[in-house]
Design a protein around this ligand. Structure first.
Ligand code: BMP
Length: 215
């Protein structure tokens, strides 16, 4: 992923046409587009191949199964053209290693979820987030997903993972501050509804970029 804007677009729209229109209109302003279940289930896996011709696609399937199933999922989505995958750490090291091995085979990036950005993550994930981050390092992941809604957690995770990347959702619609997350150590912000849900996605993108420049 080339770092231009430090922004990743979470493209959780439900139609292929809208997804293609937005990726064409906004692609130049983002470093990658993150696609997950909402779009893939509606538009089909082929949407990954259509978008990845113009911008890197991060497949956010939050892979969380036994090693063999994890491998099958990774092969499908990386084979379709994604250049990165997101996996959960909680199924354990063997499951995560299956994703890491497959990512290596495809020369793709693996991002591991540490602690999610929504309030419910405090229930089960936050208490074990540091173990998840350690597992990400042990399995050779490219980076982790950490919450922009809790910059102090980004700071802690940054101190544990060295140079590995932090991609951070939770800005905009979920209330996290873009500047705060970057200042705490995030490399990339993941932003969805603030952009695709706005009346003018292009203007909202430019505004966000401008606000980051202004600090
Ligand atoms: P939005 O900016 O609309 O809140 O979208 C955030 C995106 O990041 C969604 O695709 C969501 O599934 C994802 N995400 C998140 O919000 N929090 C996490 O902890 C991990 C995520 O992948």
């Amino acid at each position: 992923m080339n770092k231009k804007s430090s922004l990743i677009l979470a493209l959780d729209v439900l139609s292929r046409d809208e997804a293609l229109r937005l990726s064409e209109q906004l692609g130049n302003y983002f470093d990658a587009i993150k696609i997950g279940y909402p779009l893939i289930l509606h538009a089909g896996l082929g949407i990954v191949g259509e978008i990845c011709t113009s911008i890197p696609v991060i497949a956010d399937l939050k892979i969380a199964d036994i090693p063999n199933t994890n491998r099958l999922i990774c092969e499908a989505v990386l084979g379709a053209g994604a250049t990165a995958i997101i996996a959960q750490a909680f199924p354990g090291k063997d499951s995560l290693l299956a994703c890491a091995d497959c990512a290596r085979d495809f020369a793709a990036d693996l991002f591991v979820v540490t602690e999610m950005s929504h309030p419910g993550a405090e229930e089960f994930m936050a208490p074990v987030a540091e173990r998840m981050a350690r597992l990400a390092v042990e399995t050779g992941a490219s980076g982790v997903v950490a919450p922009a809604t809790r910059p102090e957690r980004i700071r802690l995770i940054r101190s544990m993972i060295g140079e590995r990347l932090i991609i951070s959702p939770g800005v905009g619609a979920q209330g996290g501050s873009p500047g705060g997350a970057l200042e705490a150590g995030a490399d990339y912000l993941i932003v969805g509804r603030q952009i695709y849900g706005s009346a003018d996605p292009l203007a909202s993108t430019k505004e966000l970029i401008e606000s980051l420049r202004a600090g």
